[in-house]
Design a protein around this ligand. Structure first.
Ligand code: GDP
Length: 261
């Protein structure tokens, strides 16, 4: 794969860094490749090419208005051009997660983060739930701690996070509300285990400063809730959809993106 710095250079040279961008993260198997291809070409494909794209340029679909264009008249010619944005792919493998970290600590016009999950593997006791919660915990902690990062990271005031609950077409999929509560309950466990030093950090974050810095969400709270992230200007929303299946249903995700552009 192309090293991350090269990708930055390529996009800098082509001027694409000025496009608003959305970071896409997911544990492998959640449907990320399918989503990237669906958003880019209109049809999902999960065939893994030897090199997954690092970023795809997408346009909002017809009938979806970016929030920045909301007050534009329909006669305004600029409203006829579809709002473009970059969907930035990040490798899902544990050891490659620092790519995600670098996108957050050195953001380029970052408008939000999509964390894609497989809603059919999130039942209590499922290994998929544990891994997903572990990954999400690390990402949220990174966002919570971003104020200790670079200048650009500090400038990232509000960060919206969409938990895209995928594969809703499968009858084994949990509904979005349950995806949310399952993840909250499992993150509660991750958080507890971490504070006891039982778990190894999968993301390779350096311990800096006080130990308390590594507690996700509200200090002293027994249960973790996504709402606790609001104190750190991170808003989390869970919306269901499916990339594949008889009929892809991703309109709520498009809407979420549109509201952030
Ligand atoms: P990645 O590893 O995250 O890139 O996941 P892929 O895009 O390769 O998808 C993994 C598998 O899940 C593939 O077999 C996809 O066809 C399947 N898949 C992805 N999205 C959906 C979905 O919404 N519904 C169903 N039923 N299958 C899906």
């Amino acid at each position: 794969t192309i090293p991350i710095f090269l990708h930055t250079v390529v996009f800098k040279a082509s001027g694409l860094t000025t496009l608003p961008s959305i970071l896409l993260l997911s544990p492998s198997g959640s449907g990320k490749t399918s989503l990237l291809t669906l958003f880019e070409r209109g049809t999902p494909a999960s065939t893994h090419t030897s090199q997954t794209p690092l970023a795809v340029e997408c346009s909002l679909p017809v009938g979806t208005t970016a929030s920045s264009d909301k007050y534009r008249s329909t006669h305004d010619p600029t409203s006829l051009t579809h709002k473009k944005f970059l969907l930035i792919d990040t490798p899902g493998h544990g050891k490659l997660r620092h790519h995600a970290q670098s996108s957050i600590t050195n953001p380029q016009n970052l408008k939000g983060l999509i964390f894609l999950v497989d809603s059919a593997t999130l039942s209590a006791g499922d290994e998929g739930l544990r891994q997903t919660a572990d990954y999400l915990h690390n990402i949220l902690l990174m966002l919570q701690k971003r104020s200790t990062g670079s200048k650009a990271a500090k400038a990232l005031k509000d960060i919206p996070v969409l938990i895209a609950a995928n594969k809703m077409d499968l009858f084994t999929a949990l509904p979005a509300a349950l995806v949310k509560s399952s993840l909250e309950a499992e993150i509660t466990k991750v958080r507890e285990a971490r504070s006891k030093g039982l778990l190894d950090s999968g993301i390779g974050m350096e311990d800096e400063g006080e130990e308390n810095d590594d507690w996700l969400g509200e200090m002293g709270s027994k249960e973790f809730r996504f709402k606790q992230m609001e104190e750190f200007d991170v808003s989390v929303e869970v919306l269901g959809g499916n990339v594949c299946g008889e009929e892809p249903k991703v309109d709520r995700w498009w809407q979420w993106i549109a509201e952030r552009l």
